[in-house]
Design a protein around this ligand. Structure first.
Ligand SMILES: [Zn+2]
Ligand SMILES: [Zn+2]
Length: 324
């Protein structure tokens, strides 16, 4: 995210509230006021599937399956963005955004044109997110990109890529479509995105306050090449979907473990990260979404088994087994 136009490295995600969108390089999730979901008077009272006490036991039981964060390699996120991280206990004390009450649905909006393989990846990411966050996820009908005004598009001056200003999509296209019951409205697009004149590109951008975000598939790979390429792009997309949505629920970057919530500066770093959250971040997700962790692991194991993610299937099965 520090890269200026001559640089090549960019952070995987740029979750900026629009009020600080001109200050690239830092994600503002922790400082964003929480758009608390106000329970409607007749909203059902949720039965607790995940008390802090039970989640503390669960995170201890799966700790052995996770790798502590090692020394960052040159160019990695933590070499350029030192962060303190966030334990489960700190998360509980932070009054985080929770997808409860009337706002529980994650909406996914495909935006623009997609190849059949890209379309399949978006559909799989939709299914994955329903298991990862234990929330209803609705895939909306594909929308064509409308005409983008000149001030919200450019051709990259060195590379020649056609790019769209990410905040134009979030605020001009998505924000007016935000449903009352939306925990978030997230667009996937095959177009390349940029966050402002000083940066080369971004993989995604979101506003916590407005509950909208957009993620680009443009730089995530060539899913049509072969099965291996498809699975690589699928994994990258799932990681980004999980990571960015985790931020929407006030989860900070993880520095304690190799974790899907760890910050990444480039795709190689993304590829080294696991698909799942570490024990601390799993506990945050389960607490925020009132989710039984063993059931969550079991559903994710089935998803991975069904879609050829063998390494991830073994991990999720081991995690579910550890909680029996
Ligand atoms: Zn992030
Ligand atoms: Zn973590």
């Amino acid at each position: 995210m520090r890269a200026i136009l001559s640089g090549a490295s960019l952070a995987l995600c740029l979750l900026l509230a629009l009020s600080c969108a001109t200050s690239p390089g830092r994600e503002s999730a922790p400082r964003e006021p929480a758009p608390q979901t106000a329970p409607t008077p007749d909203a059902p009272v949720q039965k607790s599937e995940a008390s802090p006490e039970s989640l503390r036991r669960a995170l201890a039981a799966v700790r052995h399956l996770h790798k502590p964060m090692g020394k960052p390699r040159p160019g990695d996120w933590l070499t350029t963005s030192p962060e303190a991280g966030q334990t489960f206990e700190e998360y509980l004390q932070s009054d985080p955004v929770r997808p409860t009450g009337a706002r529980r649905v994650l909406y996914i909006q495909p935006l623009g044109e997609f190849t059949p393989a890209q379309r399949r990846i978006v559909a799989l990411a939709t299914e994955f997110m329903s298991h990862f966050f234990n929330l209803p996820v609705k895939l909306k009908l594909e929308q064509a990109l409308p005409d983008i005004p000149a001030e919200a598009r450019r051709i990259h001056p060195q590379w020649g890529d056609r790019q769209i200003l990410a905040s134009h999509i979030t605020m001009k296209l998505l924000r007016p479509q935000l449903a009352e019951d939306a925990a978030a409205l997230i667009a996937f697009t095959s177009s390349d995105l940029y966050p402002g004149v000083e940066l080369n590109y971004v993989f995604g951008q979101a506003s916590y306050r407005e509950r909208v975000g957009v993620w680009s598939l443009y730089r995530l790979g060539q899913p049509n090449a072969d099965e291996r390429s498809f699975l690589l792009m699928l994994l990258r997309t799932l990681k980004i979907a999980a990571h960015e949505t985790g931020h929407m629920f006030s989860i900070k970057h993880c520095t304690k473990y190799e974790c899907v919530m760890s910050g990444t500066n480039h795709l190689k770093e993304t590829d080294r990260r696991p698909l799942d959250a570490c024990p601390e971040c799993m506990a945050k997700i389960c607490w925020a979404t009132n989710t039984n962790p063993r059931e969550r692991y079991a559903k994710l194991a089935r998803f991975c088994a069904d879609h050829g993610l063998e390494h991830e299937r073994r991990y999720f099965e081991a995690a579910a087994e550890a909680l029996k």
